[in-house]
Design a protein around this ligand. Structure first.
Ligand SMILES: *[C@@H]1O[C@H](CO)[C@@H](O)[C@H](O)[C@H]1NC(C)=O
Ligand SMILES: *[C@@H]1O[C@H](CO)[C@@H](O)[C@H](O)[C@H]1NC(C)=O
Ligand SMILES: *[C@@H]1O[C@H](CO)[C@@H](O)[C@H](O)[C@H]1NC(C)=O
Ligand SMILES: *[C@@H]1O[C@H](CO)[C@@H](O)[C@H](O)[C@H]1NC(C)=O
Ligand SMILES: *[C@@H]1O[C@H](CO)[C@@H](O)[C@H](O)[C@H]1NC(C)=O
Ligand SMILES: *[C@@H]1O[C@H](CO)[C@@H](O)[C@H](O)[C@H]1NC(C)=O
Length: 203
């Protein structure tokens, strides 16, 4: 049950960000700082990088837990050394969606008991898996990203910042992903949420 509640919270947070056009600022708290992030997706692309983004694998770092909340559950969060957060899926998993006139990830979210998100949906919008009901969602790709790496069979969903020993070759592979959401740290100053810095940190 606790797990389900967590999922709902994560989902609602992402939904909020994706839905409310006026609120594309997200405050990410990573103690001791709270930092404003500008959030971009298909519906909000202003100033966002367009076209193909190319990154070397060593630009990726493990995401802090709070950063992963930007992403709809089941979509892979990745974080960069520039403090950007991206929610990605492999590009090969995307298909053209007429309603968005672009490539989309066909995604599903498990419905909770009496989940308001799943109420009043048509049969077309819902699906089942075993005894679970799932809500179908099209997540449009607003950008593509290519990660260049000499790791064979690179799996972004299980990448933790350390490449498996013995998997590095001399050939450079190009791994393509669809970016559903991008978070870029805002220009404003970081806001300190913890107490004053320790004596040793003062000048
Ligand atoms: C983010 O933090 C700023 C400054 O504290 C605040 O004004 C704003 O309302 C916060 N935004 C959200 C979405 O929490
Ligand atoms: C995550 O964010 C919440 C508030 O949004 C904060 O209370 C919590 O301490 C943060 N966790 C970390 C590890 O920074
Ligand atoms: C779909 O997008 C293409 C360009 O990507 C554009 O030429 C076309 O007019 C769009 N179609 C509709 C129905 O918006
Ligand atoms: C579902 O439909 C009923 C009747 O049409 C309505 O009263 C209810 O508010 C709707 N619920 C949601 C979550 O939209
Ligand atoms: C991403 O790549 C796919 C497949 O090459 C292409 O159809 C799509 O238009 C690209 N999307 C963007 C936003 O460039
Ligand atoms: C990170 O992943 C590598 C390769 O998959 C694994 O060997 C290593 O134990 C993992 N490290 C942590 C801290 O999970």
């Amino acid at each position: 049950m606790a797990m389900r509640v967590l999922w709902l919270l994560f989902w609602l947070q992402s939904w909020y960000i994706n839905k409310d056009i006026k609120n594309y600022i997200w405050n990410l708290t990573v103690l001791p700082l709270r930092r404003p992030y500008n959030i971009y997706n298909f519906k909000h692309q202003t100033d966002a990088p367009t076209g193909e983004i190319v990154l070397p694998l060593d630009a990726l770092i493990p995401c802090v837990e709070n950063a992963t909340k930007l992403c709809v559950p089941g979509v892979t969060p990745i974080c960069t050394t520039f403090n950007e957060i991206m929610c990605v899926e492999t590009l090969s998993a995307s298909t053209f969606s007429e309603s968005y006139n672009t490539t989309c990830i066909k995604h599903t979210i498990p419905c909770l008991d009496n989940d308001p998100l799943c109420r009043n949906k048509t049969e077309d919008e819902l699906t089942t898996e075993g005894d679970k009901t799932l809500l179908k969602l099209d997540l449009p790709c607003f950008a593509n990203i290519t990660i260049n790496s000499n790791v064979a069979k690179f799996d972004i969903a299980s990448f933790n910042g350390t490449v498996p020993v013995g998997s590095v070759g001399s050939f450079t592979y190009h791994y393509h992903y669809c970016v559903v959401t991008l978070g870029v740290p805002g220009a404003e100053n970081d806001i300190c949420v913890a107490g004053p810095p320790p004596e040793s940190a003062k000048s």
